[in-house]
Design a protein around this ligand. Structure first.
Ligand code: SAM
Length: 231
């Protein structure tokens, strides 16, 4: 796969001037020069093959060709909501969910969370989504919602089904489906009241097996299970 660079701008055939960190990445880090071929994407579902025309100090001028449809999406919505693990592990989680094709991520505010996410995580996670999308070839960006309180999240009516709360404990059925919405608790687990509230709102409460997984492992494993798509 050609090296990919992101811009939030609308793209189309013709000259395009890339600026900011992506221009720096293209010229100073990846050391592309005049005549080299790269791919631009902006999250509209296409990718735009482009040729470097000139490299300036802070800008790169490219000749953009006709867009190519490169659909690497699951083809169904898959929403993942999770309490956040500590800093680096939260970035890792967002990176892996992007790679696995999740369509939306919702940071959760739950009773036992060690880290209660602030509104500023959205911007940080959106940057992680772009970096992961550059690497994995996604041409649509996983959406990141503002942190949401558990009671508000489980009552949302815009989420796809099945809606699954991952919970530990005996007697729970095992995850195994296609698409839907997944909710993952904090290191201290969901409280009984939180699980009750989800059940009242029609969520299934399911297990991933007998071992207690870290937040990000549980989120990643369930996303892979619900996000399978034949190639
Ligand atoms: N002490 C907590 C407990 O026993 O529930 C451990 C919580 S675990 C570290 C963090 C979250 O990951 C849980 O709230 C749950 O959402 C998910 N999780 C971890 N292991 C799981 C498993 N085996 N099955 C289902 N969910 C799991």
């Amino acid at each position: 796969m050609a090296d990919r660079f992101f811009t939030p701008d609308p793209l189309g055939p013709g000259e395009y001037v890339l600026t900011g960190p992506e221009a720096h990445h293209l010229s100073a880090v990846r050391r592309f020069a005049e005549g080299d071929e790269v791919v631009l994407f902006n999250g509209d579902g296409h990718e735009y093959p482009a040729q470097v025309l000139s490299v300036g100090k802070k800008t790169v001028v490219l000749s953009v060709l006709a867009p190519v449809v490169a659909d690497r999406e699951l083809g169904f919505p898959l929403v993942v909501a999770s309490a956040l693990p500590k800093s680096d592990r939260a970035d890792f989680l967002v990176e892996k969910l992007t790679e696995l094709g999740a369509t939306r991520f919702v940071p959760l505010l739950t009773t036992r969370a060690v880290v209660q996410p602030k509104a500023s995580v959205v911007e940080k996670f959106e940057r992680a989504v772009i970096e992961a999308s550059k690497q994995c070839g996604r041409n649509r960006l996983m959406l990141v919602d503002p942190p949401q309180k558990w009671d508000d999240f489980v009552a949302r009516t815009d989420l796809p089904g099945p809606r699954v709360v991952l919970h530990t404990g005996p007697g729970l059925a095992h995850v195994g489906s296609r698409g839907g919405a997944i909710a993952v608790g904090p290191e201290g687990g969901f409280t009984p009241a939180e699980v009750d509230r989800a059940r009242e709102n029609g969520w299934l409460v399911l297990s991933l097996g007998t071992r207690i997984l870290r937040v990000e492992t549980a989120a990643i494993a369930a996303t892979a299970l619900l996000g399978e798509r034949p190639v």
